[in-house]
Design a protein around this ligand. Sequence first.
Ligand code: ADE
Length: 294
Amino acid sequence: MGWRSVFRSNLFEAKVAIVSGGGTGIGLAITRELLELGCHVVICSRDQRKLDAAIAGLAPPLRAKASGRACNVRDEAACMEFVEHVVREKGKVDFLVNCAGGQFVAPAESLSSKGFKAVVETNLVGTWHMCRAAFVKSMEAHGGAIVNITMVTENGIPKMAHSSAARAGVTNLSRTLATEWAPAGVRINCVAPGIIYTKSGFANYGPMGQVLMEAVAPAMPFKRLGTAEEVSAATVFLLSEGASYSSGSTVYVDGGTSLVGYPYPMADTGSVCNFPVYGDESELPPAAICRAKL
Ligand code: ADE
């Protein structure tokens, strides 16, 4: 049997959704599931050809309710124009899923200000642009639901200072919007994926991808990476009436990994963090005394 949503097939009949970053990876999985559930979906990314290819790859019955239009989420005016276009074409926006984003692996000390700002501009500021555009151009009048795709940031994310800062910002932005926009009937929640295997994501990670699969995954409680469909199912739940009393929350889709911390291998620099000079030296672990005194 082929892939099927766990949700009722006509759950989102007559609903209209925008999925930023909906042409690849997790965004595409969310797009496919929303279409399966009867939703009209308009996807955006910067590259029209990628959007066209994603739509061409959908099964014909799903393709009928899908469309794509280029929009750079870093550009506020472009986001406003994009949402206006959707409202003109489809009449309204019921759902917004902010999945556009990305990052690159870089040790903090070699991360330029330009690179840091670029990731924050896309992941945090871009999410803000899309939320505000969807609210003022449509949801303010009739309510709606927004899901922002973030990451598990509580323990930090080594070599992703830009992205972990941006995603933590999105989490708090979502909580604030949840309070401000509740009277308009707009709910805003986040889905925080752990390490999810997608071809497009792993193509970006380079050698780090191998480390994630071979060293990090076996040390997780579930001992495997997640799938895009597992992130999609949580997103659909938060968009649905099933989550009608949830706003400002974050659902973790991480196989329990946030409970034990991410077991990222730390670089061995050959040095150790020194023990403090104060305190009783006889209370220190013997091996540590030796190393600290090297
Ligand atoms: N995906 C990655 N970066 C993006 C951007 N700036 N706008 C839209 N989609 C994106």
